[in-house]
Structures are given as C-alpha cells and as structure tokens.
Design a protein. Structure first.
Length: 102
C-alpha cells in the first residue's frame, strides 16, 4: 500500500502491543525486586555497605531471638508491598487493555 515501515510500526503495531509491553514491564520490575532482595539476603548482591531490603532482613534475622522482631519484619513487609503494587499495576493495565479490544 506504500506505507513506510516507520508508519506501520507506530500506527498499527505499537498501539496493539503497548498494553502487553507495559504489563510485562511491571511484572519484570516486580521480579527484579524479589531477585535483588533475595541475592542481598544471601550476601551475593550489592556490597555490604549499601543498604538494601534483603540485607536489612538478613541483618535483623539475628535479632529475632532477642525479641527485636521489627528489624526484620518491616523491610520484609515493604518488599511484599512493593512487589504487590507492581503486580496490581500490571493487572490493572492488563484489564484496561483487554477491555479496549472487546
């Protein structure tokens, strides 16, 4: 029909795949947060002087027996809330884009 590849990409392909791209991005961010926190908990992640949620959980786990539960609990709660928020964002984007194709 004579349309350039750039016009086909931006006019036809990208609008139909934009929702899938956003959902996949949100889920990938949530997965990256869990992986980074897990590696930091194991001591393989970022350096020990850098604060991260995984290292905070690891450092606080030794204090659980002395009754200082909040040192471990709150970073763990924030990991869960952050991952949950990205998953809910991905779900909302997926619902919105699936409604537009009905």
């Amino acid at each position: 029909m004579g349309a350039s590849p750039l016009r086909i990409t931006f006019r036809h392909i990208l609008p139909n795949t934009w929702g899938v791209i956003l959902v996949q991005t949100s889920l990938t961010i949530a997965n990256a947060i869990v992986v980074i926190a897990s590696l930091s908990f194991l001591g393989v992640g970022v350096s020990a002087s850098t604060a991260s949620w995984g290292s905070m959980v690891r450092d606080g786990s030794g204090n659980m027996s002395s009754g200082e539960w909040w040192i471990t609990t709150f970073p763990g709660i924030f990991i869960i809330l952050c991952v949950l928020s990205f998953n809910l964002l991905a779900d909302a984007i997926g619902d919105k884009t699936s409604r537009s194709f009905r």
